[in-house]
Design a protein. Structure first.
Length: 1087
């Protein structure tokens, strides 16, 4: 961890993400004061460069250290724990051995005392016996009392070794004693038994020093008898059993334990039973009885060290392991016997064997416990022995005694101390170290990621500062670069003061204040210009009073008529000129916001928005915005100029420019809302190009200025919402009213009442559409001023709807129009603009166009019988009404040739969804109009005009033909088929092709179509045709042979003059020729 903290952690001035972002905010604060890239870079907290090679080296060292730590710690922990287990096992083993030694010493001491008593007893027996070696053991029963007095122990084994010459006599005597006298009984004592056993092994005599002499095998020690005198002493404290050991030929020990009189009684009973059955002593075999075992329980507590405590809890559960301790003591009383009975020592060897005992321990719960003892001899382990010299109890003289303690561990003694703890602990160490490694790696990752993020932020801030420094240098304007006229020219009224005309680098610009003044009378923008003009002093911060003097000149007197002002902008104090004033803190915050907005506004470029050329941002000077100068001022000025006629060719482009400019602002990132869209904020240049101005300044919103009341959406007036794109759309609806009424909204009405009714959802007061407003514009205005913001169209939709509107359609009725026919009256707008600009017009291909043809029935006869001016009057009256119908159904009129009228849909604008329906409705109403149009107004008896109509849908090519008298013409097979549909039609009926019928069925399901079956069409052969009727009914194209209105369903194609205009001219040439027809004839011939 120290390695990481010292070497790996990147060192930065800002060490946390929070501090990094804080530093970013600190950087962004003074950006408004930066003018050079060096200034921008100096404000960024720079990170200290770190050595990559040093980092790599430290990472390598860390990895090696981790691997070494894992290896060393795991190995050391394993070895230490294994050694700890071995040490604990060894300590347990030694503790058990020491306990066995102590126990054996106590037992030996007690048995030593008994041996001395038995030796004294033997001495007395041998001394007082007169007929030795035939000793009447039974006569010496009272001597047992002395044994009880002297013995603190209970039993001993007395072995008397007789020479071979004494055996026969001893056997005979013992047999006589047992046969004749039976078992003797004593007063106050129970049985005293005596037995003689023949040894099955050669017991060599002992030397005086207790060593066993070497033998060459020539001496036969077999056949000697061991005399066993079992003594069972009752009512004596510590009384116990007599223990006797003998050996068989296989050197197997027979261990006899007698509790109370168990062994003695068993020996006597077995011997008596053996002799009773006729056996002799040489054939007697003793069987060990089943007697209970009384043991002295020895509890030995082992308290292991810290390492032992660590692994004790994880000992495996297994069967207790046994450890056997052998305590063997052989005491040779040669010296004692020689001192007591010197006369018989040469012929007698006496060895008192106290015990050859084994003590069995079990490891229980980590502690050894003595569970029993027995006679278990084994030689497979290395002895742990010690010899001691025991003192005579009575005389204090040393005896020839050999005391040997042998403790042998069993095969599996150390298994309980061999657990899985070393492996578990070593793995635990390794896991802990690996966890630390993972933590280190994770920490390193987080640190490096944070460092990279900080570096990214710092790099981004550096780039932003460089870019901002460059941007600032592009839009920042020094105050001395602005030149004002004397006297200063006032262009209009802004939110925070008047708008003045100035020159910036030789270009006319408009200058306006963008934030309110401070509360204190500090240096203001008026002082900035005081040296240049005394008239400018105070103009930039002037209020409504100064406005009235310029009202007539600048067109700003509308608000004086309304008697309204803007929505209150602030609840703060007022400056000396009556405008809202802000505190120093608010002023600096607004100034900071303005600088941030200037970075976005200066990058907004669009032909339909006013170009922001720069701003004045200097100490002691109120921020000033510099805009491009617009020659014609605001749209409000133009609308209120009675000398200027506004027709569709002027009004429609202006409306389109506004919609396109607002569409661009709403699509910007970040999105820009205008907040005060009205005619006064629409500027018009010298080419009558409208541009949106006064947009995107949040300073107006910060102090409550969200727009002009009459133009504000109702949700803004109710303070239910902030400025949105929908609120700008509402303002555009009011602009539509301004354009067509050329007045301010709600003229002559009380402002408070108007605003209250606008906000009231039950009243929903809106401006009324002027009488001269076209239906399409009226519908658009109503949609823009919907109460529900969600139902208002977006500016994208408004722009598309205005693009589909024809300039002639939106011309205000009653407006002053030019007398001469313009190109826009003859050609589609884009063709007219190309011709006006002198550009070549390329042929246009249209995939699907519906073409209408009509012809006056009997026109040749009319021309022959009527005066030419009456014929021209009749055509003018008919075509004027048909022209109106084309406007109604948005059909494009191609041309009129004599009595023929040609129109099309889906040609100059996209009408793919209903082009055939438009033509059908147009055709139906054209027949009705023709039937209401008199042939001769002076002679009603001639009746009204009748026409034949036909239409077809198909592809065409449109092009302009001619130079001196150009015409917009259509070419293609669809034109010929449409003419054939008309020529095969009938009086006052509409004939259409199969393709048109199929399209019409989809676009107008309610129309009635009657199948005419297949007709012969000149130049086309058989074609299926349909009658079109205006009545609603089934759209099923049924075949019929019935007559309709008395006219046969099908008749042969009627001959029709193909050059009616030429024939008409020939007939009327001598009378009053129509000069207008000359150009038409030339055009027809050229086609």
């Amino acid at each position: 961890l120290l390695l990481y903290l010292v070497g790996m952690t990147p060192r930065h001035k800002s060490t946390t993400m929070k501090e990094s972002f804080s530093s970013a905010e600190e950087v962004s604060t003074p950006l408004s004061e930066l003018s050079t890239m060096e200034d921008a870079s100096s404000t960024i907290p720079q990170p200290q460069e770190s050595d990559d090679s040093r980092k790599r080296m430290l990472r390598c060292v860390l990895i090696v250290s981790l691997v070494a730590a894992v290896s060393v710690c795991s190995t050391m922990s394993y070895l230490l724990l294994k050694d700890s287990e071995e040490q604990v096992g060894r300590a347990t083993y030694e503790s058990i051995a020491q306990a066995a030694l102590s126990n054996a010493q106590a037992v030996t001491q007690r048995k030593l005392q008994g041996s001395e008593v038995m030796a004294t007893l033997l001495s007395e027996i041998l001394t007082e016996a007169s007929d030795w070696p035939l000793v009447d053991i039974a006569g010496y029963i009272p001597i047992a009392a002395k044994v009880a007095e002297l013995s603190s122990s209970n039993t001993q084994s007395l072995m008397v070794f007789l020479e071979p010459s004494q055996v026969v006599e001893f056997e005979q005597h013992m047999q006589q004693v047992y046969v004749e006298q039976g078992r003797p009984e004593g007063t106050g004592y129970q049985d005293f038994g005596f037995g003689i056993y023949k040894s099955d092994r050669n017991d060599p005599p002992l030397y005086e020093d207790g060593r066993v002499p070497d033998t060459d095998g020539s001496t036969d020690w077999g056949g000697r008898y061991n005399i066993l005198a079992p003594l069972t002493l009752h009512n004596i404290p510590g009384a116990g059993s007599l223990l006797y050991n003998t050996y068989s030929d296989e050197n197997r020990g027979i261990h006899l334990e007698s509790m109370k009189d168990c062994v003695a009684q068993s020996v006597t009973d077995q011997l008596e039973a053996h002799l009773t059955t006729g056996g002799d002593l040489s054939s007697f075999q003793y069987t060990t009885p089943k007697c209970p075992v009384i043991t002295d329980m020895l509890e030995l507590q082992i308290r292991p060290g810290p390492a032992g405590l660590l692994f004790n809890p994880v000992f495996p559960a297994s069967d207790p392991t046994q450890l056997v301790a052998f305590a063997t003591t052989s005491i040779h009383w040669q010296e004692v016997l020689e001192a007591v009975v010197p006369d018989y020592v040469s012929g007698l060897s006496c060895v008192v064997t106290t015990a050859t005992s084994s003590y069995t321990y079990e490891i229980r719960n980590g502690y050894p416990e003595l569970v029993g003892f027995g006679d278990q001899h084994t030689l497979q382990f290395e002895d742990m022995g010690r010899s001691v010299i025991l003192n005579n109890i009575e005389t204090g003289t040393a005896t020839s005694a050999v005391y040997t303690l042998s403790v042998y561990p069993t095969d599996d003694f150390f298994k309980p101390f061999q657990s899985n703890s070393p492996m578990a602990v070593s793995l635990g160490f390794a896991g802990a170290i690996m966890l630390c490694a993972l933590l280190f790696i994770g920490y390193d990752f987080l640190v490096r990621r944070e460092a990279n993020e900080r570096k990214t932020i710092v790099d981004h801030l550096k780039r932003e500062n460089r870019r901002h420094a460059v941007d600032n240098s592009m839009w920042k304007v020094r105050q001395d670069e602005l030149e004002f006229e004397e006297p200063a020219a006032v262009l209009g009224q802004g939110t925070f003061g008047l708008v003045l005309l100035a020159q910036y680098r030789g270009t006319n610009v408009a200058v306006k204040r963008v934030i309110p003044p401070k509360q204190k009378n500090e240096q203001s923008s008026s002082e900035m210009f005081a040296t240049k003009s005394t008239e400018i002093d105070g103009l930039m911060s002037s209020g409504p009073n100064i406005l009235s003097s310029y009202a007539m000149k600048s067109g700003l007197g509308s608000w004086a008529d309304i008697g309204m002002s803007r929505v209150p902008r602030s609840s703060g104090s007022k400056s000396k000129n009556g405008q809202s004033a802000v505190s120093d803190m608010e002023y600096e915050e607004l100034k900071k916001q303005f600088v941030e907005e200037m970075r976005h506004l200066s990058r907004l470029r669009h032909p339909c928005i006013t170009t922001v050329m720069g701003a004045v941002i200097e100490e002691g000077v109120d921020p000033m915005l510099i805009l491009e100068y617009m020659d014609h001022g605001s749209l409000h000025d133009i609308l209120h100029n009675d000398t200027m006629a506004i027709d569709g060719e002027i009004a429609l482009p202006i409306l389109r420019d506004i919609s396109q400019g607002m569409r661009f602002l709403h699509s910007a990132n970040p999105q820009v809302f205008h907040g005060d869209l009205k005619a006064q904020n629409i500027l018009v240049d010298g080419r009558f190009r409208a541009k949106v101005a006064d947009f995107g300044l949040s300073q107006k919103k910060s102090i409550g200025g969200t727009g002009t009341p009459y133009w504000m959406a109702p949700e803004l007036l109710r303070k239910e919402s902030a400025n949105t794109s929908a609120s700008d759309v509402f303002s555009f609806g009011v602009i539509l009213y301004e354009v067509y009424s050329r007045r301010d909204p709600y003229p002559g009405e009380n402002a408070s009442d108007v605003l209250r009714d606008i906000m009231d959802k039950t009243i929903c007061k809106r401006v009324k559409a002027p009488d001269n407003m076209p239906a399409q514009i009226k519908l658009l205005m109503d949609d823009c001023m919907q109460e529900d913001p969600e139902k208002r169209p977006s500016f994208e939709e408004i722009d598309l709807r205005l693009k589909r509107v024809d300039a002639e359609t939106v011309t205000p009725s009653g407006s002053k129009r030019k007398a001469q026919v313009s190109l826009f009256d003859i050609f589609p707008r884009h063709i007219a603009e190309a011709l006006r600009d002198g550009r070549n017009v390329e042929a246009e291909h249209h995939e699907l166009v519906t073409i209408f043809f009509s012809d006056i029935v009997g026109f040749t006869e009319m021309s022959a019988n009527m005066e030419p001016h009456k014929v021209a009057n009749m055509l003018d009256r008919l075509y004027s009404q048909l022209d109106s119908l084309t406007n109604k159904y948005d059909c494009y009129k191609i041309e009129t040739i004599g009595d023929a009228f040609m129109a099309a849909t889906n040609l100059v604008k996209d009408q793919s969804s209903d082009h055939c329906k438009r033509i059908a409705k147009f055709a139906i109403e054209a027949i009705e109009v023709a039937n209401r149009t008199p042939i001769d107004t002076e002679d009603p008896s001639k009746g009204c005009i009748s026409i034949r109509v036909g239409f077809h849908s198909g592809p065409v090519v449109a092009d302009v033909v001619g130079h001196r008298n150009p015409r917009y013409c259509l070419f293609g097979d669809a034109v010929n088929v449409s003419a054939r549909m008309e020529s095969n039609s009938e009086c006052n009926r509409i004939n259409c092709s199969d393709r048109s019928a199929q399209i019409l069925k989809e676009q107008w399901p309610q129309v009635t179509l009657i199948d005419r079956n297949e007709l012969y069409i000149k130049g086309k052969g058989l074609m299926r045709c349909f009658w079109v009727h205006s009545g609603t009914g089934s759209t099923t194209m049924t075949s019929t042979t019935k007559t309709v209105e008395g006219i046969p369903e099908q008749r042969p194609e009627q001959p029709r003059p193909t050059h009616s205009i030429k024939a008409y001219k020939q007939q009327q040439q001598e009378a009053n020729p129509l000069d207008d027809f000359v150009d038409l004839e030339k055009n027809l011939i050229s086609r």
